[in-house]
Ligand binder design. Structure first.
Ligand code: ATP
Length: 349
């Protein structure tokens, strides 16, 4: 996608839903568009599908501009949030419907339907009407139907949002397996950061009609490029400071209390900056250890099953949160905080 914009309405009502999106999606990858409601994920997906036309920019598939082709001329298919199955038809009829529209030979249709049923593990329910299926089963049929014509790209718009949590987790694994088995490029839309992290090869984080960062789940999580990305994906501590020494890959940052921290910087930085570190990367130490860069008082302990969040007031306004499995600290204790340079990043605004 090259400089893709999309405006809705005209004159004073004109609204720029996409403000110049650039992204290269690789063949055969599980690519996720992640962002809060209204950021433009669905609009971008609809442009790729051909349900909307871009205001400007190009959408290329295998080097060919497809942005202005009608939907049926694009080798792209969509799985919708509400599945959009034909309720009066059987599972097998739903899957074969699109193939019949394409005038495929009968024998080919039969063998494709059989393959698709096996792929989504629905062979035994081939003859059942789709209005007599559970949500998870309907999801599988919708997937099989969309995959049957062998599109080059499958678009999935929040396909798991109607499922309860347990089923949703199960279908996450299934979707990933099916994507892997078919080798088809999946472009998946979600506002759920955990879902994006567990399923994707790469994620594009979107806000207000723009892509802020594209990267693997671990790049997005461990090296967020912008404050919005850091904040949107999981819990994180922000620390404000001033650059005192800027190196090539690291910078020294002075905090308002005078302490100096060394942080990872992927570009030259200066002036006031924000540092970010995940709670699970903040180490708890003795307050009187020589080399702890920050120390403070435990103000809160929040137990959440697999661990505890330890809130520490280090005199910076907001507490720093350290996450540990079984921390041996109590409210009011003085503790030291270990902030390793590779886990502490300087953010771009
Ligand atoms: P959600 O997760 O809530 O579906 P989203 O990230 O998919 O959100 P979009 O549906 O792409 O967001 O919408 C992006 C913006 O464009 C929103 O502000 C929306 O109101 C606006 N928008 C979308 N479609 C139209 C339209 N047909 N006419 C006018 N504005 C639209």
């Amino acid at each position: 996608m090259v400089n893709v914009t999309k405006a809705f309405g005209t004159g004073e009502r004109r609204f720029l839903a996409l403000g110049g999106v650039n992204a290269t999606i690789r063949k055969g990858e599980f690519f996720t568009l992640l962002g809060p409601s209204g950021c433009g994920k669905t609009t971008l997906l609809r442009l790729i599908a051909g349900f909307e036309l871009p205001t400007s920019g190009e959408i290329l598939l295998d080097g060919q501009e497809i942005g202005h082709l009608p939907p049926y001329r694009r080798p792209v298919n969509t799985v919708f949030q509400n599945y959009a199955l034909f309720p009066h038809m059987t599972v097998a009829e739903n899957i074969s419907f699109g193939l019949e529209m394409l005038n495929k030979p009968k024998a080919e249709i039969a063998s494709t339907v059989e393959r698709m049923l096996a792929l989504v593990k629905m062979s035994e329910l081939a003859g059942r009407r789709t209005d007599q299926l559970s949500g998870g089963q309907q999801q599988r049929v919708a997937l099989a139907r969309a995959l049957a014509p062998q599109p080059k790209v499958l678009l999935l718009d929040e396909p798991l949002s109607a499922l309860d949590l347990k089923l949703r987790k199960e279908m996450q694994v299934e979707l990933k397996r099916i994507q892997h088995e078919t080798g088809i490029t999946f472009i998946f839309v979600t506002h759920d950061q955990e879902e994006a992290l567990t399923m994707s090869d790469r994620i594009a984080v979107m806000a207000k009609g723009n892509i802020l960062q594209i990267g693997s789940p671990s790049e997005i999580y461990n090296a967020p490029a912008a404050r919005f990305v850091a904040d949107f994906i999981g819990d994180i501590n922000f620390i404000e400071g001033q650059v005192v020494v800027a190196g090539e890959k690291t910078a020294q940052i002075r905090l308002p209390g005078g302490q100096v921290l060394t942080a990872r910087a992927s570009r030259p930085v200066e002036g006031p900056v924000t540092l970010a570190i995940r709670p699970e990367k903040v180490g708890l130490r003795h307050a009187d250890d020589d080399d702890v860069p920050l120390s403070g008082t435990v103000t809160n302990l929040v137990y959440f099953g697999s661990g505890t969040n330890v809130h520490v007031d280090v005199g910076l306004g907001a507490d720093i949160v350290a996450r540990a499995t079984a921390p041996k600290v109590a409210l009011g204790d003085r503790v030291g905080l270990d902030l390793h340079v590779t886990d502490l990043s300087v953010l771009a605004e």
